[in-house]
Design a protein around this ligand. Structure first.
Ligand code: Q9C
Ligand code: ZN
Length: 341
C-alpha cells in the first residue's frame, strides 16, 4: 500500500489547547506523524510526497470565506503585533447573532471555530494544506487503479465542517478524499469513521447527500467530545435522509462490544454497496490513549483492518486521531497490515 506524507506537517507546532479548564501543550503533536512514518517504513510501505491541487478542490467541500480565514488568520494576528498561537475566546452561542461575521480577528476566529482546543500558529495553514493534499493524492492514486492507499495526514480533519474548525482539525481531509473520488467517477462513496470522537465535520459536509454514506463508531457525545453531534437519532436530512449512521458507544467499551458495532457498520456499508471506501482512521480507541476511554488493545487493530478488507472495495485510509504516541505507529500499521493480509 502506498503512503502519502508531507514533512510540512511539522509546521503546525508550538500551540497550547484548553483542556479540562487548563492551557496545556497540544496532545496533537508533530511526533505523532514521525512515529507513524517510522512504523509504515518498517512495515515496508512505499512513502510518496503529495501532489499539489488547485484551490477549487478545497472549495468542493469548504466555504470560500472559511478557507480564506484559515489561510490569512495568523498573518493578521502578527500584523497586530501579536505572536505565537491564537485561540478563540467567544463563540456565537444561543441568543447571540449566529450568522454575522465580525470584521475583527477575534470575532472571526470565534465565528469559524467551535472550541478552544485548536490553536492556529504561523505554520498551521501550510501544514493543513499539505495534509489535504496528502488525502487528495491518496484518493487520486485509488482513482488511478491502486486498490488502497494511506494518507498520513497531520493535522487531522474529521472535526472540520463546511465552514468550521475545531478538534485539532482545519480542513476535512477525509471529506476531500471522498469528494475527489466522486469527482473522478465513483458514483457512490462511503466514509467509515473509526476515530474515538464523532466525525461531526464529515457528517456536516455530507448531511444532505445520498451519494456519500457516512458511518461512524465513536464514544457517546453524552460524555465525550464533541458533545453536540454524533447521537444515534441523527440520520441525515433531505436527499441525505438515511445516509448518516451513528453508532455511539459508552466510555470503557472493550473489543467485544466494539466488534459488534463494527459488524453493524460493515452491514450498513455492504447494503449501500459503495464504489469506494474512505476510512477516517483514528487510533484514539486504544486503551493507552491519554484523552480517550475505550479499551482496545494492540492486537485488535489488525482485526479491524481485516474486517474492512471484507468489503472488497478500493479504499483510502486517512489518518485522524491517536494520542498515545509510543504505540500510535504500531496501531496504525496494524490496521493497514491487517487490511492487506
Ligand atoms: N475537554 C481528534 O481526535 N479536546 N480530535 C477535548 C475536552 C478535543 C480530538 C477536550 C479532542 C479532539 C481528531
Ligand atoms: Zn479522535
Amino acid at each position: 500500500m502506498k503512503v502519502v506524507h508531507s514533512p510540512l506537517h511539522a509546521r503546525h507546532d508550538g500551540g497550547k489547547e484548553l483542556h479540562r479548564g487548563e492551557l496545556v501543550p497540544c496532545f496533537e503533536m508533530p511526533v505523532r506523524a514521525d512515529y507513524i512514518l517510522k512504523a509504515v517504513e518498517r512495515a515496508g510501505f512505499e512513502v510518496l510526497e503529495p501532489r499539489t491541487f488547485p484551490q477549487e478542490s478545497l472549495l468542493r467541500v469548504h466555504d470560500a470565506g472559511f478557507v480564506e480565514f484559515l489561510r490569512t488568520a495568523h498573518d493578521e494576528w502578527r500584523a497586530l503585533g501579536k505572536q505565537g498561537f491564537m485561540l478563540p475566546s467567544g463563540f456565537p452561542a444561543r441568543g447571540l447573532r449566529r450568522d454575522y461575521i465580525p470584521s475583527g480577528i477575534n470575532g472571526r476566529m470565534g465565528y469559524y471555530a467551535f472550541d478552544a482546543s485548536t490553536p492556529i500558529v504561523e505554520g498551521t495553514w501550510e501544514a493543513a494544506l499539505a495534509a489535504a493534499h496528502c488525502a487528495l493524492t491518496a484518493a487520486a492514486l485509488v482513482a488511478e487503479g491502486e486498490k488502497s492507499a494511506y494518507a498520513l495526514c497531520r493535522p487531522p480533519g474529521h472535526h472540520a465542517g463546511h465552514s468550521l474548525y475545531g478538534g485539532y482539525c482545519f480542513l476535512n481531509n477525509a471529506a476531500l478524499a471522498a469528494q475527489h473520488l466522486r469527482d473522478r467517477g465513483f458514483a457512490r462513496v462511503a466514509v467509515l469513521d473509526v476515530d474515538y470522537h464523532h466525525g461531526n465535520g464529515t457528517q456536516d459536509i455530507f448531511w444532505e447527500r445520498s451519494d456519500v454514506l457516512f458511518v461512524s463508531i465513536h464514544a457517546t457525545p453524552e460524555t465525550e467530545y464533541p458533545y453536540f453531534l454524533g447521537y444515534a437519532d441523527e440520520r441525515g436530512a433531505g436527499a441525505g435522509e438515511g445516509y448518516t449512521l451513528n453508532l455511539p458507544l459508552p466510555r470503557g467499551t472493550v473489543w467485544k462490544e466494539y466488534s459488534t458495532a463494527l459488524d453493524a457498520a460493515m452491514d450498513a456499508l455492504a447494503t449501500f454497496s459503495p464504489d469506494a471506501l474512505v476510512v477516517s482512521l483514528g487510533v484514539d480507541t486504544y486503551e493507552g490513549d491519554p484523552i480517550s476511554a475505550f479499551k482496545l488493545a494492540q492486537e485488535h487493530y489488525p482485526l479491524i483492518g481485516q474486517r474492512l478488507a471484507g468489503l472488497k472495495r478500493p479504499t483510502v485510509f486517512v489518518q485522524e486521531g491517536g494520542y498515545a504516541v509510543d504505540e500510535i505507529g504500531t496501531n496504525v500499521a496494524g490496521v493497514l497490515e491487517g487490511f492487506l493480509r
